[in-house]
Design a protein around this ligand. Sequence first.
Ligand code: PXG
Length: 442
Amino acid sequence: MSDRQAVVPNDLSAFWMPFTANRQFKQAPRMFVGAGDMHYTTSDGRQVLDGTAGLWCVNAGHCRPLITEAIQRQAAELDYAPAFQMGHPKAFELANRIVSIAPQGLEHVLYTNSGSESVETALKVALAYHRVKGEGSRFRLIGRERGYHGVNFGGISVGGIVTNRKMFGTLLTGVDHLPHTHNLAKNAFSRGQPEHGAELADELERIVTLHDPSTIAAVIIEPVAGSTGVLIPPKGYLEKIRAITKKHGILLIFDEVITGYGRLGTPFAADYFGVTPDILVTAKGLTNGVIPMGAVLVTAEIHDAFMQGPEHLIEFFHGYTYSGNPMASAAGLGTLETYRQEGLLTRGAELADYFADGLHSLAGLPNVIDIRNIGLVGAIELAPIPGSPTKRAFSAFLKAFEKGVLIRTTGDIIALSPPLIVQKHHIDEIVETLRTILSDLD
Ligand code: PXG
């Protein structure tokens, strides 16, 4: 065995794993001990093709040299600098680079350590913005059914995943939800944006009328919902949401934790759809998943509204010990430079058709009730086993792992989001592995 072979720990009980069936996992652990470009190495020495960019974050592929070297250098040069009332150059440099690739109008960056924290930050900025503008009565937040905005209290309040909400009491008050847009009866097997459902955006008018616009601070949605199974916005839907929010002075927040940094073949989903939010939430691909970091982008109008009053006073009472942390900033700079050198923020556009053709060639296999795609994101929805929802897709996940391909499942939906360095032959391998598995799945 190679020297990368890890010593597999003989007691797995101490680590209570996140979003994992712990008891099942610990009976038959699946461990990665190495990675490079498109592949992981397992603890038993197998290569596994990464069909999911880790958890939608390793957009440049694994162990990329510019990122590795940036982190190594930074660790030896400046390990930590206080985030409050002190700075270090790389945090500013990175913010400028983020703004330079962001949709026009988004000009300022607040740093966080994760997507969940980016969401909390965005919601707090939205509430505080209205207050500093003298509109403190705007306290309501509107999310969407089947939305995922991380796991903190604000995020699960505006989120729309029942299992993530039901255990945790009353959550935030003053939250309402739009309906989700997933409609298999009308849109199954759509390539790209589905035709039907733009009218669901009108529900926002209904909610706004119910509560009165003067009480609503912000609407938060994922342009493409990732975690709940790749729900692609119907044609015209996001444009309508933008128009309604603008009309009523409500801030629009796009949660681009998954769609940001090239996933759709454009730098951000806002670019893909031609719809610009007031606040744009990112994380994951910002640092290629290597060091935890998130960034929340806001317009000059929002930022400037806070920049008043005596100059020695703190303008916004929010931030983290690790906001703009030197190691994370270095990782972010190495990541954005890798994206730039290799054209990765737009590479998805070149491969999207090939990816779509491959995925849609699986139509007609047993239990496949929908296939959908946009950019380098795809989903295959399976009919659940009666009485055992999620089991069919999870068994596809286990079989794919055995056959050397990492896929992700949510409910009975298989989600695919390979690193943006993916080659056509990798796409073929993912598709053919799925064809074999789905042809013969209980
Ligand atoms: N917003 C969105 C849209 C996300 O997808 C978060 C916020 C939270 O990010 P953090 O960094 O706090 O986890 C996410 C995270 C999956 C999967 O397989 C998706 C996420 C995380 C883990 C797994 O669908 N999304």
